[in-house]
Design a protein around this ligand. Structure first.
Ligand code: GDD
Length: 343
């Protein structure tokens, strides 16, 4: 049986990747996890009894642990979803982002080159690599213009993937992933922060209790949001291509943070809902009757913002025969419904 190492399996997209591989392929999956003092296995708990799934320990910041796993398992596929993925934090911990997102990739590729050069390698690239975009929709030709240490770390990783591919004839790719969300999204990202916050507000309103408004940063930022589950099949298809090639995965639509808020309130179906926005910029507030439910706090602004992302997924659609299955509307509905149910 062929073997795949998948990193980042305790996170959102890594856990969907493992589910996909176990369900639709005949590959033995080694889920690489980083030891934490409090284990965060909630997204993979249901997979642990599967005889084709094993957990191994690897830390992107520890070259030895990367090499030891690859030398022992000698995988046929290596899918790297582990990363420091929160853009907002990357200004506060820039070195850490480069160590994990860039040097971690270099160590993985070096180890693959030495121990299993036929292994097919995927690293998660990001639309943050496009940064302050110069045209829309962004495609594979769009230049790299990162705006954050996170974006720069992914651009640097892309160059490493290319050099190792060209120099050692490795099958190594870094597909661009535009924003991908789900019911498993971390609560520091804007979509989940909104849906979780609204679910709590709904509960408070409907039980007659008080609540604090949700505080957000840039409401005008526009993102190309998809459901994370939609991307994992395409990642697998990239690894099954005849030749290594980077593809771009996106929904092909862009929406502002404010639109996301409006839609999430709509699907929250709060009784006697009656909202109105007032003010603009830092003074912008969304009211439910006379109570603020969303307000702007400049502390969530970024030192340099990516204002607009919109991807052109047509090459992936054509070559990989891939299509998204979840619309923006259903993505928001699923996330808010899940958060309401969880409460
Ligand atoms: N996190 C956060 N919190 N973002 C906010 C907030 C807030 O309170 N208010 C507004 N925003 C804006 C951010 O400024 C940004 O423009 C947008 O909402 C999305 O922010 P995030 O959800 O944190 O995601 P991201 O776009 O920065 O990065 C995500 O997508 C990338 C692909 O484009 C991450 O998943 C990255 O790892 C991924 O590479």
């Amino acid at each position: 049986m062929k073997k795949a190492i998948v990193t980042g399996v305790t996170g959102q997209v890594g856990s969907y990747m493992v589910e996909f591989l176990l369900k639709f392929t005949n590959v033995e999956v080694y889920g690489a996890i980083r030891r934490l003092s409090v284990p965060n296995h909630q997204h993979i708990e249901h997979l642990k009894s599967n005889p084709k799934f094993h957990l191994v320990e690897m830390d992107l910041g520890d070259e030895h642990s990367i090499n030891a796993c690859i030398e022992e398992i000698k995988p046929d596929y290596f899918i790297n979803f582990a990363a420091n993925s929160f853009v907002g934090l990357s200004w506060k911990m820039p070195v850490n982002h480069f160590q994990n997102n860039t040097m971690g990739v270099l160590h993985q590729l070096e180890s693959i080159r030495k121990h299993c050069p036929k292994c097919r390698y995927y690293n998660a690239g990001s639309s943050e690599e496009f940064g302050d975009v110069i045209y829309s929709p962004q495609d594979l030709e769009h230049p790299s213009r990162p705006r954050s240490p996170y974006g720069a770390s992914k651009v640097a990783a892309r160059q490493i993937v290319k050099v190792w591919r060209d120099s050692y004839d490795l099958f190594a790719v870094q597909g661009y992933l535009f924003n991908h969300e789900s019911e498993r999204r971390g609560e520091e990202f804007v979509t989940r922060k909104i849906t979780k916050g609204i679910a709590k507000i709904k509960q408070a309103i409907e039980s007659g209790n008080g609540f604090e408004p949700i505080e957000l940063g840039n409401l005008e930022a526009q993102r190309d949001w998809s459901h994370a589950e939609d991307f994992v099949r395409a990642v697998w298809l990239m690894l099954k291509e005849d030749k290594p090639k980077d593809y771009l995965l996106a929904s092909g639509e862009t929406h502002s943070v404010k639109e996301f808020v409006d839609l999430a309130f709509k699907y929250a179906e709060i009784k006697e809902a009656e909202y109105h926005w007032t003010g603009s910029g830092e003074e912008e507030v969304l009211y439910f009757k006379d109570k603020p439910v969303v307000k702007v706090n400049p502390k969530f602004y970024r030192p340099a913002e990516v204002e607009l992302l919109l991807g052109d997924p047509s090459e992936a659609q054509k070559d990989l025969n891939w299509e998204k299955s979840v619309s923006f509307d259903s993505l928001v509905r699923r996330m808010i419904t899940n958060d309401i149910e969880q409460l």
